[in-house]
Design a protein around this ligand. Structure first.
Ligand code: HEM
Length: 138
């Protein structure tokens, strides 16, 4: 089951690469986006890429918990939703927001951060508890 998540995440990484290629084209042409919008695009792209890689690591360490299969699925779903919201919020902010002001995009990014924190704190606490009575091989 977790292998499917890894497959999906690797495909998601290709969309980050596509975003990077778009960013290159945008940087070549000054008329497409304002400097402020380019900053938001760059932040969305960078967070998406880094969070996909984090998700791959997360899936590996999920195997070390004593969680049931449904709980593992829930955890990885919360993490991936968090990553999509957190990075997607920057793109939304770029489209509907303005410099120095709050927007729906920032709200989405904050919601994503809460989901990400929930997922990583849950896994971290579970791994710390497991570490007390188990030998690690990595
Ligand atoms: C075809 C693949 C990719 C292309 C063409 C690409 C392109 C770019 C471009 C043009 C920038 C902005 C550089 C600048 O303005 O100075 C950038 C920034 C960045 N990219 Fe990518 N990227 C690609 C894939 C990835 C992937 C897979 C990741 C992460 C796993 C990633 C993470 C980042 C990060 C962390 C930044 C820095 C953002 C910042 O400093 O604000 N990129 N990329």
């Amino acid at each position: 089951m977790m292998t499917r998540f890894v497959g999906g995440l690797l495909l998601l990484l290709v969309t980050v690469m596509f975003g990077g290629v778009s960013l290159l084209r945008i940087l070549e042409d000054d008329d497409i986006l304002s400097d402020w919008q380019v900053d938001q695009f760059r932040a969305g792209h960078a967070h998406a890429g880094v969070l996909v890689i984090l998700s791959l690591v997360y899936v590996l360490f999920l195997e070390r918990t004593r969680w049931s299969a449904p709980k593992r699925r829930l955890a990885v779903t919360v993490l991936i939703a968090g990553g999509l919201f957190q990075s997607g919020g920057f793109f939304l902010h770029m489209l509907v927001g303005e410099p120095e002001s709050f927007s729906a995009g920032i709200a989405v990014t904050l919601a994503g951060a809460v989901l990400l924190a929930t997922a990583v704190i849950s896994l971290g606490a579970s791994l710390l508890r497991g570490h007390q009575d188990e030998e690690w091989t990595v």
